[in-house]
Design a protein around this ligand. Structure first.
Ligand code: B12
Ligand code: SF4
Length: 506
């Protein structure tokens, strides 16, 4: 039985979909995967825009379906992919009405009602077990109506099955792998077999950065994050935070290192990398990583885990930078986002620890949030002038993803303006306002310059002066640093400078 899995993710290394493909293959099924990156990142600075899939692209996908003749087509989507998924699914159904379709991923998980209108089946939450049961039943020509985690469209209406318990033993799942004989990519308007060369052309930094996850789940439940919904959805379905053993992770990393000789840095995408209780995992992992992998890596976490003990172990193993969410002022974090993980004080303390071990801190900030005021943003700016340099910031425009806690709050309070619900990618980029610009440049300029612009923000000249400053800075200094950072030999010479200026790979 053939199965076709399609993803619209830009970066063609979708962990979720590859997990499903690898799991089904392990159980003997023939799986073809089609990567359809519609908005490839602009090579230099990673700007993206939404656009609709066109007829040429759809016909390439249709041709692939004709040649593979699948019995089931699965599609993986986030909210930003929704409109394209609807358009593509509609065209596929017109041409192949007999092929069953199943949608999965974060958007169908959170909004099954909306998604079941465009697919025969919707998978909520983790999909390995549900997909395997589905294909086994189709294979044996049995009823597919009562499979856990699936919503199924029937003649008599929609069957909404309960969600399956969470997989507790993550080592029992195969780690995600590419399959060079059955992975296709829509590249330069043509659907073609994926090979390592095309892979490198499709992903940022020619594939030097590779994403891996060592855990699933987060113990926190910030109101803007998918985890606030998961907490309710998975109540009573087993432990939410689960981790892979150190050996299992190292096995995957060794495999990737051999498979992709161009990988230079591992990016641990875990929500909170150091989420495990003190059970020796970190010690085992760092020891083996240093011995067998020996490549720099980056990870995310809360300031709470940034202790001298943890960071010294991680640094010794190769930690290059550490992602922490500042997000907003203490008031907004506490009252609106229900974040219990990071206060100003803790973030500043964590930045000192990171700096001591020469690890670059990378701080996430949420901007354009109607729940916050200029005073809140000034507090964030003040924090940024106090955290130890070098550091980086990643700015996001507040997006109220449907069904998140904050979405409901924003709706109730009439704060949900058009385009803020995550369906359009461009609305997730921060606006170019005076204060936002200061946040964005804060890692790259001395604190006194930020303070100067904050102090004179009401003055007439300040806006123009800031614009000129930013233009000159990006035109000359940033571009030069960026160009230098692309040449590995030059990078070695400027390594120390690079650390000081906080200019790192991504
Ligand atoms: C890793 C990650 C990324 C990576 C993805 C690349 C990669 N290597 O996978 C990168 C960094 C590229 C990324 C980018 C973005 N991300 Co992101 N990302 C995540 C993160 C942290 C983990 C996702 C993951 O891999 N989980 C592990 C796998 C195993 O789980 P999974 O993907 O959910 O897949 C399982 C199920 O969903 C299901 N499933 C998935 N697909 C399918 C398909 C079928 C047919 C079936 C049956 C089941 C199924 O089965 C899978 C296995 O169990 C999540 C947060 C989270 N904790 O989920 C955010 C998250 C998915 N990202 C989010 C967002 C918003 C984005 C961006 C839009 C951010 C931005 N402004 O640029 C971009 C979009 C990129 C693009 N243009 O396409 C949001 C999505 C919210 C929403 N409602 O859509 C999330 C939920 C974070 C949040 N804010 O809450 N992201
Ligand atoms: S700590 Fe991060 S991953 Fe966890 S709920 Fe908050 S925002 Fe989401």
């Amino acid at each position: 039985m053939n199965i076709l899995l399609i993803t619209l993710l830009e970066e063609i290394n979708p962990l979720g979909l590859l997990h499903i493909a690898t799991y089904l293959k392990k159980h003997g099924y023939q799986v073809t995967t089609a990567f359809v990156p519609l908005n490839p990142k602009e090579k230099e600075f990673g700007m993206e825009e939404n656009r609709m899939i066109d007829e040429q692209e759809i016909s390439e996908i249709i041709n692939l379906i004709s040649s593979k003749n699948p019995s089931l087509i699965g599609m993986s989507l986030m909210t930003i992919h929704y409109y394209n998924a609807v358009k593509l699914s509609k065209r596929i159904k017109e041409i192949f009405p007999e092929i069953l379709s199943v949608w999965g991923g974060i958007h169908p998980t959170l909004l099954p009602d909306e998604c079941i209108e465009h697919a025969d089946i919707v998978c909520r939450g983790e999909g390995e077990g549900a997909m395997l049961e589905l294909v086994q039943r189709i294979d044996k020509k049995e009823s597919i109506e009562n499979i856990g985690s699936l919503w199924v469209k029937t003649k008599d209406g929609i069957l909404r099955n309960e969600i399956k318990p969470l997989t507790q033993d993550l080592d029992s799942l195969e780690f995600p792998r590419f399959d060079w004989e059955n992975n296709y990519v829509l590249y330069e308007n043509k659907m073609q077999l994926l090979n390592k060369h095309i892979y490198q052309l499709c992903v940022p930094r020619k594939g030097q950065i590779y994403d891996v996850m060592t855990t699933r789940g987060c113990p926190y439940h910030c109101t803007y994050c998918c985890n606030s919904s998961f907490k309710k959805m998975y109540a009573g379905k087993g432990k939410i935070v689960r981790g892979r053993s150190a050996e299992n992770v190292i096995e995957e990393l060794e495999f990737i290192k051999n498979e992709f000789e161009f990988v230079k840095i591992f990016n641990f995408q875990d929500d909170v990398f150091l989420v495990r209780k003190k059970d020796g995992w970190l010690e085992d992992f760092c020891k083996e990583y240093k011995k067998k992998i020996c490549l720099p890596f980056v990870c995310k976490g809360s300031p709470r885990e940034v202790t001298e003990e943890n960071i010294s172990l991680l640094k010794d193993a190769g930690l290059e930078y550490f992602h922490i969410g500042i997000q907003n002022s203490d008031r907004v974090n506490r009252e609106i986002y229900k974040r219990t993980t990071s206060s100003r004080e803790e973030i500043i303390r964590a930045s000192i620890v990171l700096n001591k071990f020469r690890v670059v801190g990378r701080y996430d900030v949420i901007l354009d949030d109607p729940f916050s005021t200029d005073e809140d943003e000034l507090e964030v700016l003040d924090t940024l002038t106090k955290v130890k340099k070098p550091f980086l910031v990643s700015c996001f425009s507040m997006t109220f993803f449907p069904n998140s806690e904050i979405y409901k709050m924003a709706k109730e309070q009439g704060l949900l303006s058009e385009g803020k619900d995550g369906y359009l990618l461009k609305t997730t980029f921060a606006k170019r306002t005076y204060l936002n610009n200061l946040v964005e440049i804060s890692p790259r300029v001395p604190a006194c310059i930020i303070k100067f612009f904050v102090k004179h923000r009401e003055k007439k000249f300040s806006e123009t002066l800031l614009k000129v400053f930013i233009y000159l800075y990006f035109r000359y200094i940033f571009r030069t640093m960026y160009t230098i950072s692309k040449y590995p030999r030059a990078l070695r010479i400027v390594k120390n400078i690079r650390f000081r200026l906080g200019t790192v790979l991504r």
